[in-house]
Design a protein around this ligand. Structure first.
Ligand code: SF4
Length: 238
């Protein structure tokens, strides 16, 4: 593929977003939450776990500790007992309680609504904060880049970043802010439905004519080269 100008890449990225909007005109969070606090807890629990698994434990969790005030008083071991069917439950139960304690101590019991404040909460990185800002407060301050968004961005040639955090910066630079909002959920759906990690369905992909990895990301000599390996260094991208 000849070298692509920035302008051409921006136009291609905007067209990708337009087609994603056609594919997934109505996207909503699969997590069951009712308040900014329950949203924070849901997203915190969802790392490395399916939304369905989170939704199975949160009814009992929020029955016992429905808000920051009650969760701040909880014993992390008891929270752990309730969420132990999901991955990394020990660390997550600690983060739930510690985040609630900080919300009570530093934010008057209300979940803060800025990126800077949200990312001070234990267990909350840019990805979680972006989702909470967007879903709980209607604020679009970035793009939550999870494993699907990261993989698709790399395959589409929008990023060569070594990790999702750096990939977010590439996307923010590439896309105008008015296109940021739906990227996370639309691209997650697209990653689950079509652009799978192992066997992307390029033959039925509506983006194939825009994608430099089409028919190359799987079953050919370039397999594995399209997506840079994530940095082994731990990053706060939760
Ligand atoms: S053409 Fe293939 S690799 Fe490219 S976005 Fe579509 S499914 Fe993914």
């Amino acid at each position: 593929m000849p070298r692509e100008s920035k302008k051409a890449r921006r136009e291609r990225a905007a067209e990708v977003c337009r087609r994603m909007g056609e594919l997934y005109p109505e996207v909503r969070s699969a997590l069951n939450f009712t308040t900014p606090f329950t949203m924070v807890i849901c997203v915190l629990l969802s790392a490395q776990t399916t939304d369905a698994a989170v939704n199975r434990v949160t009814p009992e969790l929020f029955r016992r500790w429905p808000d920051a005030a009650s969760m701040a008083e909880a014993n992390p071991d008891e929270v752990g007992e309730v969420i132990r069917s999901i991955g990394f439950w020990r660390g997550k139960s600690r983060h739930c309680v510690e985040a609630a304690q900080m919300i009570m101590a530093d934010f008057g019991g209300e979940v803060p609504s800025t990126m800077e404040e949200l990312t001070r909460l234990p267990g909350v990185g840019r990805k979680t904060a972006n989702i909470v800002l967007n879903k709980a407060f209607g604020i679009v301050d970035g793009i939550a880049v999870d494993t699907h968004v990261y993989r698709i961005s790399c395959r589409l040639g929008f990023s060569k970043a070594p990790n999702p955090l750096a990939c977010e910066q590439d996307l923010l630079e590439l896309l105008p802010q008015e296109l940021w909002g739906p990227v996370n959920e639309q691209w997650i759906h697209f990653g689950r439905d079509i652009c799978h990690a192992q066997s992307p369905a390029c033959g039925e992909c509506p983006l194939a004519d825009l994608c430099p990895s089409a028919f190359r990301a799987n079953g050919n000599p370039d397999k594995g080269k399209a997506v840079p390996r994530a940095s082994k260094r731990r990053t706060k991208a939760k």
